[in-house]
Design a protein around this ligand. Structure first.
Ligand SMILES: *[C@@H]1O[C@H](CO)[C@@H](O)[C@H](O)[C@H]1NC(C)=O
Ligand SMILES: *[C@@H]1O[C@H](CO)[C@@H](O)[C@H](O)[C@H]1NC(C)=O
Ligand SMILES: *[C@@H]1O[C@H](CO)[C@@H](O)[C@H](O)[C@H]1NC(C)=O
Ligand SMILES: [Zn+2]
Length: 568
């Protein structure tokens, strides 16, 4: 997963797990009990959900999943997929015009060879050559299909660091604990686990009542425009608007650093928006022995100072994801993590008339866990700066790019206006003319001799904050939560005294940014613990996944397909 533009987002994603871990931390308690509290007003929790009509099938598969033959063949399937280096690059030309895409052909051929039963039973459709849609027809056409998604591509390996990998970057080898290599986690773990699940269900003779569709993009780590964007158009055309019961894509997992006993699972229910603002100052050139008071570089510096002095302010809204996550944190965090008054304050803050309580709650929350401040405001970061070409020459151009992650309650328009509101008085003061996002603005001087400020969308990658998947009284959120709990509870891996499912907000964007029209129930969740997928970092050297975590993913997808199949 990655933001729209160039920087790795997974590190951002993981940041929230890390930060949550900070308050889930002390003594380990043996034996997994499950927190279920449907009556909690702050953070209602459902019971673990096990298949009933398919109970016997579910048990049979589970037994098989724990067998050594199944494990080693699964590790082998994931490892072999890792060996195909499906790297995506920011500068790829469209499919058909760039032979760096050819490796996806190899990958597709691999999948077909590895899962012959799937390819002969499901309807397999390719979209834009390498995008894959697998349609598993259910017997009841009145039920909306379940859509599971993942991406085939990986971020490139930095070969200058090759010697720092414990196993070669594309080894795909299993060392007895870990499956190694780029893509072993992000995102071939999800993709191959979904296929192994479907294959196992087919072999067991399962016939779905509800149609199941799998869709695999192939440039999520770049722009997504060749893969998911084309898949989205196909899916909307073939199935219709709002045609799916739910979409499950990659995302956060669960914080398993359970010294205090509670596992927090964090399905993502929305994503921040994205905007790279370009700020350029154009000024007359000249010899630097007769400089003006400020060169374009000096002016840009002043403007950046003003921008940083005026950050977007955090705002906790009652209907936002940060507030929902905060209520879960307050309700279920271990004793002592928050001030004693927090629960009471949270209850009062829920009351639409008690603005003072909401204000107090925000303040206390941000100071207890600063990460909630990040979730609650549009962040801005000046990431790039250019200007000047030679000493003795006045710089005719200076430019900066400011990266924004837009809060749920805001918009790209609000971000543009925020910059504009700072720039206009500045332009007047320094006698500059302004072109703001395509619009010419004259600040008292039609064409300034002194220069011009140009504001624009740097890479045309602007993205509004996503719609928020509802969680209150949403049956499908309950099915997902119940499945997470039943998968954890019936596993022998955990020593914790509870599982809490809490909604989370993505700071980066996944392929789901193209899928908004397909359903209102979009969840971003990969069933892995925070000890399972970070051996040494991600999107970096030594990507590796714990083998038994991979089996847990397969158990999760199996339980989910069966549970969704049984639900109405
Ligand atoms: C959420 O609340 C904010 C302010 O409290 C409001 O402006 C916004 O329209 C609400 N959004 C939804 C989807 O209800
Ligand atoms: C800016 O413009 C005003 C008139 O609009 C003029 O009085 C002032 O001298 C100008 N300043 C500079 C630095 O050119
Ligand atoms: C979603 O639907 C709207 C309205 O029909 C359309 O304009 C838009 O392009 C669609 N979005 C995507 C990502 O397909
Ligand atoms: Zn990913």
């Amino acid at each position: 997963m990655k933001p729209i533009s160039y920087r790795p987002a997974f590190s951002l994603f993981c940041a929230s797990l890390v930060l949550l871990s900070l308050w889930i931390n002390s003594e380990k308690i043996l034996g997994l009990r499950i927190t279920s509290d449907p009556d909690s007003t702050l953070c209602p929790q459902v019971e673990p959900l096990f298949p009933t009509a398919h109970a016997e099938l579910s048990k049979r598969l589970d037994t098989m999943y724990f067998s050594e033959t199944f494990k080693s063949s699964s590790y082998q399937l994931l490892g072999a997929s890792v060996q195909i280096p499906t790297e995506s690059y920011d500068d790829l030309l469209p499919v058909g015009q760039d032979d760096r895409w050819d490796v996806f052909k190899t990958f597709n051929i691999y999948l077909e060879g590895a899962f012959p039963l799937i390819y002969s039973t499901l309807k397999v459709i390719t979209v834009n050559t390498y995008g894959l849609v697998l349609h598993w027809q259910g017997s009841d056409a009145t039920l909306k299909p379940l859509l599971l998604t993942a991406h085939q591509d990986v971020v490139p390996v930095d070969w200058s660091n090759e010697d720092k990998w414990v196993h070669p970057p594309y080894s795909g080898s299993y060392d007895g604990t870990w499956i190694w290599g780029r893509g072993s986690v992000d995102d071939k773990a999800d993709l191959i686990a979904q296929l192994i699940t479907v294959n196992s269900l087919l072999e067991a003779g399962f016939q779905p009542r509800r149609t199941v569709v799998l869709a695999f993009g192939f440039d999520e780590e770049a722009s997504g425009t060749e893969g998911a964007e084309k898949l989205a158009a196909f899916l909307e055309e073939r199935y219709g608007k709002n045609a799916f019961a739910m979409i499950l894509d990659e995302g956060e997992g669960y914080a398993e650093n359970v010294k205090e006993g509670t596992i927090f699972a964090l399905p993502g229910v929305s994503e921040k928006g994205y905007f790279d603002a370009s700020i350029e100052i154009l000024a007359p050139g000249g010899h630097s022995s007769i400089p003006p008071e400020h060169t374009s570089i000096g002016l840009l510096s002043l403007l950046i100072v003003s921008l940083e002095a005026n950050p977007h302010l955090p705002r906790l809204t009652r209907n936002g994801t940060a507030f929902a996550a905060a209520k879960c944190a307050v309700e279920h965090a271990p004793e002592g993590r928050f001030p004693h008054s927090m629960k009471d304050l949270a209850h009062r803050a829920m009351n639409a008339h008690d603005e003072i309580a909401l204000e107090k709650f925000s303040k206390a929350l941000f100071s207890s866990i600063p990460f909630f401040d990040v979730l609650s405001h549009t962040t801005q970061a000046v990431d790039l700066i250019t200007g000047g070409i030679k000493t003795n020459m006045l710089p005719q151009r200076a430019g900066a790019i400011v990266n924004h992650r837009i809060a749920e309650h805001s918009s790209t328009l609000e971000v543009k206006n925020h910059i504009k509101d700072l720039v206009l008085p500045f332009a007047t003061r320094y006698n500059l003319s302004v072109q703001a996002f395509g619009e010419d603005i004259h600040c008292g001087h039609k064409i300034s001799r002194l220069g011009k400020i140009v504001l624009s969308d740097a890479f045309y990658s602007a993205l509004e904050p996503s719609p928020i998947t509802p969680i209150a009284e949403n049956h499908l959120y309950d099915v997902l939560s119940g499945t997470i709990k039943s998968t954890l509870q019936s596993s022998s891996r955990y020593e914790a005294d509870g599982v809490v499912v809490s909604p989370s907000l993505g700071l980066g964007n996944t392929d789901t940014r193209f899928y908004w029209n397909l359903t209102e129930n979009i969840f971003r969740y990969s069933h892995r613990g925070d000890r399972d997928d970070v051996y040494n970092g991600m999107h970096t050297i030594n990507e590796a996944l714990r083998g038994d975590a991979f089996i847990e993913e397969i158990r999760f997808f199996t339980m989910l397909i069966l549970n969704v199949d049984e639900s109405h």
